[in-house]
Ligand binder design. Structure first.
Ligand SMILES: [Zn+2]
Length: 426
């Protein structure tokens, strides 16, 4: 039997045939605009251009939209999207103005997002009119968020609707911002204590050679990595975040889809998140401001496949699921206990102009150390109330407290870590 030759999809012929592949690994033509990371104004810093159409204009490695850049490629490949499409930015301007703040012009304070990313349409009007494809990496809008835990807090009298921060129907009024990752490679390397050359080489090798420019274009210092971004939820006036005389309640939360969205009871993620939102609402109502910074770092940035493998390994091990083996099981599967590396996390706080967090709703010593180490003062630390810890999550919280997480109560010792037992799999 003779195999049929693979038919060329009609969309591909219509859009792109015949065409040779344009390599990105050589220097572009004259015409790319310079980037001066940390410059005091948007004009002096220059726009970031990750367009895939006019290659000569590119001044970054990678493309926009983080991990969604791959879906964009699918849309182009299938013929659903013209690669020439330019975003029409009419009426997309931020609902709230953030900054500029002094931290924006400190090239070491912010290295993993573009501080000017929300205001490209106004900051680079001339360049846009001249045909440069400049896209926002940050969008800021308004929302009402309605959570059953907040409705419950109202019903039990812990929260009172005020018509300003919290409506009688239980909706909390927020400003929210979505932020795509933008890495200034020299700054990221400095945070992790490695050379820029090492960082570039390892990023190239560990993504299977996905971005040759990492190793061939040392003149390009900005990388748009194909990873998840972050979302901010602000309760109260966003400008108050930068005023350290206004009480700030904040949580930096790393994604846990199983608990955050689906209510899985093996960890404390959703209960802690909704507790933080309750604290943020209460703080904003007494004249302060609240912030939840939510990072797409699923399962300690190990991903859900690894996470679920670890769950099985924990629950099937001899002696059952106990806190004294909690980190060991993760390390067996993943090779490390955690890949979230909080080194880049404080950038978003500096983008918001934050100098002081009065009430940090987190027990994580890694997050605390990263925030304080970046020069932000932290007042009180708020632990998760005991009654919010699901029974099956006792193993996790005990293990974390023993490993250095903040707790106002006693730290569990080696014997105590053997006591809490997680539910079995069946
Ligand atoms: Zn979780």
């Amino acid at each position: 039997m003779v195999a049929e030759p693979n038919p060329v999809p009609p969309a591909a012929t219509a859009r792109s045939a015949p065409r040779h592949i344009r390599l990105t690994s050589h220097h572009g033509a004259e015409g790319a605009l310079a980037i001066r990371w940390g410059a005091p104004t948007a004009a002096e810093r220059g726009p970031l251009i990750g367009t895939t159409t006019t290659r000569a204009h590119r001044n970054v490695i990678g493309t926009h939209s983080g991990s969604y850049s791959v879906y964009r490629a699918l849309a182009v490949a299938s013929g659903a999207l013209s690669p020439e499409h330019r975003a029409d930015l009419t009426n997309t301007a931020p609902t709230d103005v953030i900054g500029p703040y002094a931290q924006w012009s400190d090239p070491s304070a912010i290295v993993s997002l573009d501080p000017w990313g929300a205001m490209v349409a106004e900051a680079f009007t001339t360049e846009l009119a001249a045909g440069f494809d400049i896209r926002p990496t940050i969008a800021i809008t308004k929302a009402h968020v309605i959570l059953p835990e907040i409705a419950d807090a109202i019903a039990k009298g812990r929260l009172q609707p005020d018509g300003r921060i919290l409506l009688p129907n239980g909706a909390a009024l927020v400003t929210k911002a979505a932020i795509e990752p933008v890495w200034y490679l020299p700054g990221v390397a400095a945070r992790f204590g490695c050379s820029e050359t090492t960082l570039r080489r390892v990023l190239f090798e560990e993504t299977g050679g996905m971005y040759p420019e990492l190793v061939t274009r040392s003149d390009l210092e900005v990388f748009l990595p194909p990873i998840g971004g972050q979302t901010l939820y602000i309760f109260g006036n966003a400008r108050d975040l930068a005023d350290s005389s206004v009480e700030l309640t904040a949580r930096v939360h790393d994604e846990c889809n199983g608990s955050d969205v689906f209510g899985s009871d093996i960890c404390t993620c959703r209960p802690y998140l909704t507790h933080a939102i309750e604290e943020c609402i209460r703080g904003a109502q007494r004249g302060g401001v609240g912030l939840v910074a939510y990072s797409r770092k699923e399962g300690r940035a190990l991903g859900e496949v690894t996470k679920f493998l670890v769950y099985n390994a924990r629950k099937r091990q001899a002696g059952g699921d106990t806190a004294d083996q909690y980190f060991a099981r993760t390390e067996c599967v993943a090779g490390v206990q955690d890949m979230r590396f909080q080194e880049l996390m404080p950038d978003v706080l500096h983008w918001l102009g934050i100098r002081k967090i009065h009430r940090l709703v987190s027990m994580s010593n890694m997050k605390y150390d990263a925030i304080v180490g970046s020069g932000i003062e932290v007042g009180e630390r708020i632990n998760i109330p005991e009654e919010l810890i699901p029974a099956d999550a006792r193993v996790e919280i005990d293990a974390k407290m023993a490993a250095g997480y903040f707790t106002p109560g006693p730290v569990p010792d080696a014997e105590e870590l053997k006591i809490a037992k997680g539910r079995e799999l069946a």
